[in-house]
Design a protein around this ligand. Sequence first.
Ligand code: BEZ
Length: 225
Amino acid sequence: MELLNPQPGERVLDLGCGDGTLTAHLREGGVSVVGVDASSDQVEAARALGLDARVVNGEALNFEDEFDAVFSNAAMHWMPNAEAVIDGVWQALKPGGRFVSEMGGFGNVKSIRAALETALHAHGFDGRLANPWYFPTPEEQRERLEQRGFEVRSISLFDRPTPLPGGMGDWLETFAESYIGVASDVLRQSIVGEVCQRLQPILVDESGTWIADYVRLRFIAVRPC
Ligand code: BEZ
């Protein structure tokens, strides 16, 4: 949000707005904001806050020269067709507009992915095929942005260990459906248990809190005038 530095009166697109928490924050700052998300449940929650939220796939944005900025937080790693996303953002921005994003970057949730793949493998599944996420390096992302014509003002990758208030079981049930969903209901419970057991020595701190091994990729890019 600080990097976005939104100004009152600006028109901003929140790409992957989820339940609208940050979108509402933008609106409170006097920004005219549109939120888009592929999940109709999330969009419904955002609309319940009175926001202009729309069900739109981030890989098929359909705006034209409309926004001063496109903002995206913790969403773009769910959109593996990065070229399509970047192209849609380019089209959505006015010339001179900025694209400010933070997403999972290379190495994100590395130990969680490894534990999921090991557990699935032990039960005869190929977990590598279940990976729904796109976690690029800064070099890859810069290249994609520049290929489309963006000027990359900054891009960085950094660790952000993140406490999970609901623990690893909840996190897996919420975010790892494409892995654990390959198994039957009964087997699914064992897989979640095995993954938690494997990760416990690595990701639980002295106070008993689960800490996810998040890595963030953050960038600012501008569509030149
Ligand atoms: C994240 O890095 O924010 C994230 C990655 C995978 C699933 C859920 C969240």
